[in-house]
Design a binder for this molecule. Structure first.
Ligand code: ADP
Ligand code: MG
Length: 380
């Protein structure tokens, strides 16, 4: 932990330096001295007993992070609201915590490919290596991982094992598969899953500072069907990342599978826990609760890996990301967030809140089409 925060002191010099750079993390921008003074001795009433110091540690230790703050339990968002609400509104531009978001139907119902309304262009299709759409979900009966323990993580993993075992019997044979734990998989298995982009490695410095990696590797695992097109991450950061992915640019197929998968997992958790109401943590104003404020709402990030080598060479990653942000999208390296960029870019929706899932997929498709056209217009 950061030295000052470990003593529960306001990291004034570091925050001032980050602010002066002009690119301070949201944690630094919104944890003003007033906000700090108001909350510094407060603990959330949820299971994590979350504090301001822990909430902003990642951004203080890593001034190059964009968000840099995390919630430890569902209660954190409301109980530190003078901090988290402005962060949420700044990240999710146009969203108002007062108005909230009122999406009709369930997430799975909104994942309707016929409503996307825009197709990938032929040029974009030809450049797309793979497509992946995921939603982040947390289980209502456990603390968020930054505020969890080894036991809470292990309990989640054993519960999810039962959910996965139950999938074939619940009428989801095409989604069924096996669950592999980081604690028992072989190095070869691990590397093959990382190379196939199905697995997380748990070595991100920003995630480490958020508390995601505490008690690593206990309770961490990955589930996948034999084709590796339906994948779940367990306890990477959020409790569950429900992922649909495949090679090529068939967004419709990926989206459809995600809809089925989201429903299957929710039904399975409900059956396992006997919980009648919400099995996933939901907030009345914004929807799905996640550790990082960037993922709240739909918790959905839909991405394609698109080959644009000429463009990367001509204008560079930063310029591409800037264009993405202007179009409600985001660019990343193809080995995940904070990874290096070579010949392809991960492009995905940036907004996650207040818009139905199909519209967020449309954002991503439009930007992929735009990038493909730019690549075509770039001289070799
Ligand atoms: P998330 O938002 O799901 O946390 P990350 O940027 O951390 O995403 O990436 C997670 C993993 O998913 C990485 O291994 C990354 O390469 C892989 N990935 C993301 N998008 C795609 C895609 N369209 N095709 C293939 N793999 C992908
Ligand atoms: Mg990630």
């Amino acid at each position: 932990m950061d030295e000052s925060l470990a003593k529960n002191e306001y990291p004034a010099a570091k925050i001032a330096k980050a602010l002066a750079s002009g690119e301070a993390p949201m944690a630094a921008k919104f944890c003003t001295p007033e906000v700090w003074a108001k909350y510094k001795d407060k603990q959330s009433t949820g299971p994590a007993k979350w504090t301001m110091a822990r909430a902003i540690n990642s951004g203080v230790m890593h001034p190059d992070s964009f968000v840099g703050c995390h919630a430890g339990d569902r209660e954190s968002y409301d109980e530190f609201k003078d901090f988290f609400y402005p962060v949420i509104e700044a990240y999710h531009k146009g969203f108002s915590m007062e108005k909230g978001s009122d999406l009709k139907g369930t997430a799975s119902e909104r994942m309707d490919p016929s409503k996307i309304g825009v197709d990938l262009s032929a040029s974009a299709q030809s450049k797309i290596v793979s497509t992946r759409i995921r939603i982040a979900r947390n289980l209502a009966m456990f603390p968020l991982n930054p505020g969890g323990t080894q036991k809470s993580r292990e309990d989640i993993a054993s519960m999810m094992q039962k959910v996965y075992d139950g999938l074939p019997g619940m009428g989801y044979p095409e989604l069924a598969g096996d669950f592999f734990l980081h604690t028992s998989m072989t190095d070869e298995q691990r590397q093959a899953l990382i190379d196939g982009r199905q697995l997380f490695r748990g070595k991100d410095r920003m995630q480490a500072a958020s508390g995601y990696h505490e008690h690593w590797p206990h309770g961490r695992g990955v589930f996948h069907n034999p084709d590796k097109t339906f994948v779940n991450w367990v306890n990477e950061g959020d409790h569950i990342r429900i992922i649909s992915m495949q090679n090529g640019g068939d967004v419709t197929a990926v989206f459809k599978r995600l809809a089925a998968g989201a429903k299957a997992i929710e039904d399975g958790v409900r059956k396992e826990t006997g919980v009648d109401g919400e099995v996933f943590m939901m907030h009345p104003k914004f929807g799905a609760v996640t550790c990082c404020p960037s993922n709240i709402g739909t918790g959905m990030r839909g991405s394609v890996h698109i080959l644009v080598p000429k463009l990367i060479k001509a204008i560079g990653f930063e310029a591409i990301d800037k264009m993405a942000r202007e179009r409600n999208c985001q660019a990343r390296g193809s080995n995940g967030e904070h990874s290096a960029v070579v010949d392809r870019i991960d492009v995905s929706n940036w907004r996650r809140i207040g818009y139905p899932e199909y519209e967020l997929v449309a954002d991503m498709i439009k930007f992929a089409n735009f990038l493909a056209a730019l690549e075509d217009a770039t001289p070799p």
